[in-house]
Design a protein around this ligand. Structure first.
Ligand code: FAD
Ligand code: NAG
Ligand code: NAG
Ligand code: NAG
Ligand code: NAG
Ligand code: NAG
Ligand code: NAG
Ligand code: NAG
Ligand code: NAG
Length: 570
């Protein structure tokens, strides 16, 4: 059976422009900033080197770390805590300290350690700790004019280790949960907009935004993953949505952004002011242009949506060859489904020696169950013919992905080549995740930094490798990891020239990431980065401008260690 209809979806009185949330009303002014550093008011910040005017001295090539001579003493931290509002500064303890008897604070507990080891890959559990992240590989093998590294953590979901860093001051945005609905929001400027909108605080998660949308009988364009932070890495990184095939990217619907810039100022960026910054923050990547405190986003009328989930596995008569044949038949329909506005997300994984396929969600917006069944009937009939054991019903890892452009999927020869390449990496041990979606016509004209390659897709493919942390050897993990980046991903790239990939779920060490994540928008993004953050207050791995910095150590000879010093390349 097809699963139930999902209804998102009122109207309230009002009619106001967004106003500031309480936490946004406490701002550093020019007056404060002059007192902190009178000489270089506009380039100074708590996190950039002393004596900005001079060429950095060797000692200051790197950020300042605990144990360094210049690391602040307790009185300074106490004062900082007082200035922030007592209790806002958290001295963090690594979650894994329960596993280490030698840890100075001695929280050693084998039972808690075992519990943690079992659940380390559960992203939901990593949200409530100020520094814990999902991609533990990058963490575990693991800011005043004090030159301390600054890290912004929201949910810690990022796959690229962008929300962690050794010896850093972490801005933890998770508790900034304010949200407001405007039934009639009026935005002036180039595009103009009159209609419903939400203002979300930096900590609002996708599931919370969906609950509010339902309450006010509207729809918001958010992720499929509901625990993800809405206005952090997701939207700034150009995140996709089950409604992308009809509405485009979430970042296309940002009306206004409140942001604290590298020089400590709180500003508004929208279509009338600081327009370069709003362009960059709409899809150019998080953690590099400023700290976003809130955003105003368009809301849409609610629509009826049919969703489908199913799974099947190889075994008995249903061989691997048949599994790949079933998949090929599905991909033959990519163009039709995406052009009807559908979106799907599914996986083909190695489970207990068999290939296990599960459709996590196929979403058909604005479509009735009857219409949907009619569209899918052709495929299901073919599946029945080849004996797909199918009845519709309602992961340490590293990954890499590549967009599947329309020109490749709609050409039978190129489609076969890419399908063979996808099967090829699966045969060699990789697990596969697939998405089918498009961007609606006209979305390429939205003035923002979303990678142009997004606008031309019919889906994308992800390969991931995983391993057993307890039993697999370092050599094995290294081979898997190197294969992913240097063997398998290049094969897909070669078959999709000029296309790209999605920065927030890409290979951690994606070669030529500037081109893959941003295409020809990179140079403009870099120019905006240098204008708004000339001192490198904000750094995240493979974020715009990060090529000026290096992490001093690598894990297994090839993976950047976030648990090492961040230094300028000069
Ligand atoms: C279970 C799961 C499901 C997912 N589902 C989807 C999906 O359906 N669609 C999709 O497109 N992506 C999805 N993703 C990918 C997700 O969008 C990215 O991992 C994203 O980076 C998460 O952002 P975050 O703010 O929640 O996480 P974090 O890891 O806390 O932050 C990510 C990055 O954003 C920066 N950042 C966070 N907040 C701010 C801020 N206020 N200002 C400036 N920088 C900030 C951080 O420094 C970091 O660089 C999913 C990921 C997971 C783990
Ligand atoms: C919710 O929105 C839909 C679509 O805009 C509309 O048809 C419906 O009447 C609204 N329901 C309520 C209770 O306001
Ligand atoms: C700093 O920037 C502000 C606003 O951007 C400007 O008004 C001021 O003149 C600048 N001050 C200096 C010293 O450059
Ligand atoms: C992850 O943790 C949450 C919170 O405890 C729990 O509800 C969820 O079931 C867990 N997920 C998995 C896959 O174990
Ligand atoms: C596969 O689908 C069946 C329903 O047919 C469901 O009961 C089962 O939980 C699913 N298995 C997995 C691993 O998702
Ligand atoms: C599986 O193969 C056996 C033997 O070839 C055959 O008898 C049986 O009908 C097949 N089952 C299906 C579901 O095709
Ligand atoms: C939904 O479908 C109706 C009728 O087919 C159409 O008029 C409307 O524009 C569609 N809505 C969206 C958001 O695509
Ligand atoms: C975490 O990994 C274990 C196996 O190591 C797996 O059973 C579990 O489903 C994974 N959980 C998540 C949330 O991926
Ligand atoms: C690495 O890739 C090669 C093919 O290039 C393959 O033969 C080998 O099995 C892969 N090894 C692992 C551990 O994935």
């Amino acid at each position: 059976m097809l699963s139930k209809f999902l209804l998102f979806g009122g109207v309230l009185g009002g009619g106001v422009q967004g106003h500031l949330f309480n936490y946004e009303t406490i701002q550093l002014t020019n007056n404060h900033l002059t007192k902190i550093h009178p000489k270089s008011l506009n380039t100074t910040s708590l996190f950039s080197p002393r004596q900005q005017q001079q060429t950095p001295k060797p000692l200051q090539r790197c950020k300042t770390y605990p144990g360094d001579l210049l690391w602040p003493g307790k009185p300074i931290w106490d004062l900082f805590n007082l200035l922030l509002g007592k209790g806002s500064l958290i001295k963090t303890i690594p979650e894994a300290s329960v596993c280490y008897p030698e840890w100075a604070g001695s929280r050693y507990s084998p039972a808690q350690c075992e519990e943690l080891t079992k659940s380390w890959n559960n992203s939901t559990l990593r949200i409530e700790d100020p520094t814990s992240i999902r991609s533990i590989l990058f963490q575990g093998m693991t800011s005043s004019n004090l030159n301390i590294r600054l890290v912004i953590k929201n949910t810690g979901h990022d796959f690229g280790g962008k929300s962690t860093g050794k010896g850093a001051i972490n801005l933890w945005t998770h508790h900034l949960k304010d949200a407001e609905f405007y039934p009639e929001y009026h935005a002036v400027g180039e595009e103009g907009y009159d209609g419903p909108a939400f203002k979300f605080g930096a900590g609002v998660q996708v599931y919370e935004a969906y609950a509010l949308a339902k309450k006010y009988n509207v729809t918001v364009i958010g992720g499929e993953g509901k625990s993800v932070g809405f206005i952090g890495g997701y939207i700034q990184g150009g995140g996709h949505s089950p409604l992308t095939s009809i509405y485009g990217m979430a970042a296309d619907h940002i009306l206004s952004i409140q942001v604290v810039t590298a020089d400590g100022r709180f500003i508004t960026a929208d279509s009338t002011q600081n327009t370069d910054l709003v362009w960059a923050l709409r899809g150019g990547g998080a953690a590099t242009f400023g700290v976003v405190t809130s955003m105003v986003l368009k809301a849409f009328p609610r629509i009826k949506t049919t969703t489908l989930t199913y799974n099947f596995t190889t075994g008995g008569n249903f061989t691997r060859e048949k599994m790949w044949e079933a998949h090929r038949l599905y991909v033959d329909g990519f163009e039709r489904y995406a052009d009807l506005g559908y979106y799907s997300y599914y996986r083909i994984r190695h489970v207990s020696g068999e290939l296990y396929h599960d459709m996590t969600s196929m979403v058909a917006p604005n479509t009735t169950e009857k219409e949907f069944r009619e569209v899918m009937k052709t495929l299901w009939d073919k599946w029945e013919e080849i004996g797909v054991p199918f009845s519709p019903v309602t992961w340490g890892m590293r990954q890499a992905r590549r967009f599947l452009p329309r020109g490749v999927i709609s050409d039978p020869k190129k489609r076969k080549e890419i399908m063979d390449a996808i099967k090829g990496v699966s045969d060699e041990g990789a697990n596969i995740l697939m998405f089918n979606m498009r961007n609606p016509p006209g979305s390429e004209r939205v003035p923002n930094a979303v990678n142009k390659a997004w606008r031309d897709i019919l889906g994308f493919a992800i390969m991931f490798v995983n391993w057993n942390v307890a039993t697999d050897s370092g050599e094995w993990v290294e081979t898997l990891s190197r294969n992913l980046t240097y063997e398998w991903n290049p094969r897909w790239k070669k078959l999709t020239p000029g296309s790209g990939t999605y920065m927030s779920e890409s290979d951690y060490i994606e070669p030529d990431w500037q081109e893959s994540f941003h295409g020809d928008k990179y140079w403009e993004l870099l120019r905006i980065k240098e204008k708004w953050d000339p001192e490198g207050v904000f750094y995240a791995t493979n974020a715009v401008g990060s090529e000026k910095w290096e992490l001093e150590e690598v894990i297994m000879g090839h993976l950047l260690s976030q648990n090492s010093r961040l230094c300028s390349r000069n």
